[in-house]
Design a protein. Structure first.
Length: 392
């Protein structure tokens, strides 16, 4: 059994052995550059890239030419927002988003605000949902883009993407979706959901780090972006740079495995997550779940332990790998902007821990994790009570 028990799958996932197996030949035997189309090794590499592109496009109900490979979701998000804003700034300079977005979106729109763009940052309800009606009301004549994440990386809340997409299409506003936490895990239909741009990454779905993709709609409407990276004209001129063929192959294979096992895998993971919460709550009735119980990622469990400090609890859980929230902001001592946005005060935000389950977690692991979590929480409560008694 792996040690520590890994419950941080929303930060990243281990590479599936079947994914690695498909990747390995492209490091040693099939090492050609996908742009070197005049010899066998290059042609072989290009074929592998295009196969992966086709697999990813099929999962999104998109055309293969609408998929651009990037280094990951952060680059895809930057390319989407900066690229569209710079391309269409004559139309207007207004972007709509919401407060619980990942920093990849929030920091990028903040950067655009310094270039003269107006940003509308919409609130969410206590479950973490943005109201589609508030998006509709926020749209102005100069609105160019709406950017809303599909599944939240901290509390797991799923946004009503289809409803928002319909509003954007009717208003002729570009709709961008950060699908880092949902791509491959939940069905996404870019046509039915009226998504114009979508960012995704491989390392959240048991593929390698360092590879992601951007869906850019090429029809009804055709989305144009201002190129952000010059040099060679790769990826139809939208993102230059030699393609990392092994990583792309791994990304494609990871998507295949997710699709093949999606229904059974996330039913099992959801049951393990429910078991984890129920058994902790049985010993500690004062805890509560952050986020929405129904419209929720099946692998996410964000728990608040009132009166305790999450950093201290995690440090004492030697046998468990978990986190306080987004891995991209873990060095920040400020309370989570997501938890603050859903109404938690600083103390409760600092008392919350994210447990995120994955493909390789077993029931035996979860039962062991429950035992350790309950033990650590009980000890922390006893210590806190003792300190309160002595201080009084």
């Amino acid at each position: 059994m792996p040690f520590p028990i890994y419950l941080d799958n929303q930060a990243t996932t281990p590479v599936d052995p079947m994914v690695l197996e498909d990747m390995l030949p492209y490091f040693t035997e099939k090492y050609g550059n996908a742009a070197s189309v005049h010899h066998r090794l290059g042609q072989e590499a290009k074929e592998a890239v295009e196969m992966a592109r086709k697999i990813i496009a099929q999962e999104l109900n998109a055309a293969a030419r609408e998929i651009i490979f990037t280094s990951g979701a952060t680059e895809s998000i930057n390319l989407s927002i900066r690229g569209v804003c710079e391309q269409y700034e004559e139309k207007g300079k207004h972007i709509i988003t919401q407060v619980t977005e990942h920093n990849a979106v929030l920091d990028t729109v903040e950067a655009m605000s310094k270039k003269g763009w107006n940003i509308t940052l919409l609130p969410v309800d206590p479950k973490g949902h943005v109201n589609p009606e508030s998006i509709q009301n926020a749209i102005r004549p100069d609105t160019v883009m709406v950017t809303i994440m599909h599944g939240n990386n901290e509390i797991g809340t799923l946004q009503p993407i289809g409803e928002i997409g319909k509003i954007c299409r009717e208003k002729r506003i570009f709709f961008h979706v950060d699908a880092s936490q949902t791509f491959g895990k939940l069905p996404i239909d870019t046509q039915a959901m009226n998504i114009d741009l979508l960012a995704a990454t491989s390392h959240k779905i048991y593929g390698p780090k360092g590879i992601g993709c951007l869906f850019i709609r090429q029809k009804n409407p055709k989305v144009k972006i201002k190129i952000q990276m010059e040099g060679g004209g790769h990826e139809r001129g939208m993102r230059s740079g030699t393609l990392p063929v092994p990583l792309i192959v791994g990304f494609g294979r990871a998507v295949q495995l997710c699709v093949q096992n999606r229904n059974s895998e996330y039913k099992r993971i959801g049951e393990l997550r429910d078991l984890l919460f129920e058994k902790i709550q049985a010993d500690h009735p004062d805890i509560f779940m952050n986020g929405c119980e129904k419209q929720h990622l099946p692998n996410n469990l964000n728990i608040c332990f009132p009166g305790l400090d999450s950093e201290s609890l995690i440090t004492r859980m030697k046998g468990i790998a978990c986190s306080t929230g987004s891995a991209c902001t873990s060095a920040n001592l400020e309370p989570s902007h997501v938890l603050k946005a859903i109404g938690l005060n600083n103390e409760l935000a600092h008392a919350s821990i994210r447990f995120s389950l994955g493909r390789f977690n077993t029931e035996e692991e979860i039962l062991m994790a429950i035992e350790e979590i309950n033990r650590v929480v009980s000890a922390a409560k006893e210590k806190s009570q003792h300190l309160n008694m002595t201080s009084s």
